[in-house]
Structures are given as C-alpha cells and as structure tokens.
Design a protein around this ligand. Structure first.
Ligand code: 13P
Ligand code: SF4
Length: 328
C-alpha cells in the first residue's frame, strides 16, 4: 500500500465491503463528522452528517465537537474548517480537489493589485485560498454576500475578489461600483443562453433558477438567484413543478429527494460534454472517503500565522451572518 502526499494510490478495497456500513463504523470509532457540499456525488451526500452550502459548512465546521472533520468538498472548504477549528484533525479525501475560482487569484498578483488600491476595503468570496483570505478585510459566501456588502458604509470603496460574476451581480443589487477581480468559476461560466432559451420555450412552465456565479446574461433571465442552500429551499417553498437548474448538477440529488414529484432539468452548457459537473468536486469518491477516514490522510495543515490572519475576515463574516440570523 502506498499513501501519496496528496491522496491514495493502488490500494485495493475488498469489493465485498459495504462501504456505507464501514464509513458509519469509522465515524463512531473515531468520533468523526462528515461535512459534504451539495456538489458531491450522491453516495457521499447519503453518507454525510451534514450537507450544505459554503456558509453552512463553515458554520458547522466552527461548531462541531467531533475530533475528526472529514470534508467532502474542495480544498478551500477544508482549509476554511481548519482556519475556524484548528484543534480538530481535518481530512480531505483528495488534496487535488481545487477550485478554478481560487486558482484565478494567485497571491502575489492579488497582493500587488490590492497595493494599488490602498483606500479600498477588500471583500473576498470564500472560494479563495487561505493566503487571499489573509489579505482580505471580510469574507462572504453566496448565501450572505448581499448582507455583507450592505453592512459596509456606502461611501467606502470596495475591491471584490475573485468572482467577477458574483461581483457584477452584487453591484447591481446594491447599486455599488465595486472594483472586481477578473476571476470566474469554470462550471458556472459554461451555461448556454441560447440553449436555455430554447429549453424554456419547450418547457414554458419551468422556472430558471441560477447560482450567482453564473454570467450576467443567464442571471438576467433567471426567475430566482441564490446560493445552493437558497436554491434548494426555493424549490421546496415554490409552487412550480418544473425547474431548469443553472448550477452544478450535484444539487439535483437533494432537490429530487426533497421534491420527488417535481422535475429538475440541468441547464445545458455551451458544448456537449458534462461541463456542469465540477471536475474538482467530483475527484472525491466514496472509496477515497473510506480510505481517508481509515488512514486519517490526507490531512489539511496550516502555518499558524497564516491561519490567524485568514481567521480575522472569516470571524467578521460569521459575526455579521449571526447578527442577521443567516444560516447556510
Ligand atoms: P455555495 O454552495 O456556497 O452556494 O457555493 C457554490 C460553489 O460553487 C461552491 O464551490
Ligand atoms: Fe470552484 Fe466552481 Fe467547482 Fe465551486 S463549482 S468548487 S466555484 S470550480
């Protein structure tokens, strides 16, 4: 057996093992909690203790009494758990599970950009590295971004990073003119306005629901815009029976479970591949989850000075969310 620095290789798992039962057993033995994002594959969602959006996952990671946090998500999410709850061991089934948004803001380029705008307050979307968090004044998620921006005085110039699409959406909602970093999510950029328009003609009763990481052209025609948790809640409270869903397809699993009689159609991408599957999120598998819990590796570790600097803007975000009663 070999355990590589970034994950597992050539470990054969006995095919007769019931991985669901094994994972449940490991949870008890190790006092572990599995936190999963909605974009994880259905099997992982089914075995998770908590499934949520980035805000909910951060709140759970901060509050948990478990000894082991197993993060079924991407690297910046597991890093966030370590920032907020450093005494816990935090595991990520595949350390290669990155994020195109986080990758779009390299630390030194961002530091130089920030230095050119010393009068600007830096608000960063949680989809960024610990280094970018440490250079930020406040963090936000898609679930609390409007409240975070509203909490800042109108005359305070803001630099928003790294998602230009979420930034454009927030500028519209808040009437601000935030300076935007030019980053984007590879999944949410791919939706085809033309194909969605045609789909709407064929399904006139269907509502288009979209994540704010989508491009402005898609958001303009959306019936509802929200974080993954907000989209899920909307499909439960809304009276329609059919939805075109413009976000990563993993969310359809919970939507379908919560609304067995409703129809959910993934919004079509510009080409014919499964591009609205996040290749980073989908690196995690049930097998890797099992191995990572069994061998307690790969683990997220962080320099303490960096962690403390990244925690400050996270704490501000969590305090504003608490005061506004926002839960992920
Ligand atoms: P939320 O789940 O916070 O809406 O974020 C979506 C996303 O792209 C996470 O990577
Ligand atoms: Fe990053 Fe987009 Fe994947 Fe979310 S869906 S992890 S923002 S690349």
């Amino acid at each position: 057996m070999k355990i590589l620095e970034k994950g597992f290789t050539d470990i054969e798992i006995d095919p007769s093992l019931d991985l669901f039962a094994e994972i449940e057993q490991l949870k008890k033995e190790k006092n572990a909690i599995i936190l999963a994002h909605y974009y994880q594959e259905p099997d992982i969602q089914d075995v998770a203790d908590y499934i949520g959006d980035s805000l909910g996952l951060a709140q759970q990671a901060e509050q948990t009494n478990a000894d082991l946090i197993v993060f079924a998500g991407v690297h910046f999410m597991a890093e966030t758990a370590k920032i907020l709850n450093p005494s816990k061991k935090v595991l990520l089934p595949d350390l290669n599970a990155g994020c195109s948004l986080a990758d779009s803001a390299p630390t030194e380029l961002f530091r130089a950009f920030k230095a050119k705008h010393p009068d600007h307050l830096v608000v960063s979307y949680i989809n960024c590295t610990a280094e970018i968090k440490a250079l930020s004044d406040i963090i936000c998620t898609s679930g609390n971004a409007v409240k975070i921006i509203e909490s800042i005085p109108q005359d305070q110039p803001i630099l928003f990073a790294p998602d230009k699409n979420l930034g454009t959406y927030l500028n519209k909602i808040s009437g601000r003119n935030m300076l935007l970093w030019n980053g984007a999510c590879m999944v949410h950029e791919i939706f085809s306005l033309e194909k969605i328009t045609k789909l709407k003609i064929r399904h006139p009763q269907a509502k288009l629901i979209a994540h704010p990481e989508c491009e402005d052209a898609i958001l303009r025609i959306a019936d509802y815009i929200g974080s993954t948790t907000q989209l899920l809640k909307y499909t439960k409270s809304d009276s329609s029976n059919e939805y075109i869903v413009a976000t990563e397809t993993g969310i359809l699993h919970q939507m379908q479970q919560d609304n067995p009689l409703k129809t959910f159609i993934p919004a079509p991408p510009t080409n014919n591949c499964a591009c609205n599957d996040c290749p980073h999120m989908k690196l995690n598998t049930l097998e890797k989850l099992y191995l990572c819990m069994k061998y307690e590796s790969p683990e997220i570790t962080m320099d303490e000075t960096l962690r403390l600097a990244a925690k400050k803007p996270m704490d501000r975000m969590l305090a504003i969310s608490r005061a506004a009663g926002l839960l992920g």
